[in-house]
Design a protein around this ligand. Structure first.
Ligand code: ZN
Length: 87
């Protein structure tokens, strides 16, 4: 039985966010949430890790087109097919 970590909801967005590149105050109403499938790179030490889905809330600065990451959350696969002790 896989142990599932609790997922943490995204924080409340502030009304405006200053661009880290040019300092322009952007309204966060135009923020987009995109989903990204994460496939971890396995190593000898970390040889098993479930697939995960990340949700990234991002906003493009209207002044300089820089992409600002507002928040993100990562959801792990409920039923990872991991067999740690194959026969
Ligand atoms: Zn900017």
């Amino acid at each position: 039985m896989a142990i599932r970590k609790k997922s943490v909801p995204m924080a409340e967005k502030p009304c405006t966010i200053n661009c880290p590149k040019c300092g322009h105050a952007n309204e966060t109403r135009g923020a987009r949430t995109i989903q990204v499938e994460m496939r971890p790179v396995l190593t000898k030490e970390v040889f098993a890790f479930p697939d995960a889905l990340a949700e990234v809330s991002s906003l493009q600065c209207v002044a300089c087109a820089y992409w600002i990451c507002l928040d993100y959350r990562i959801e792990l696969d409920d039923n990872p097919e991991i067999d740690l002790n194959p026969e």
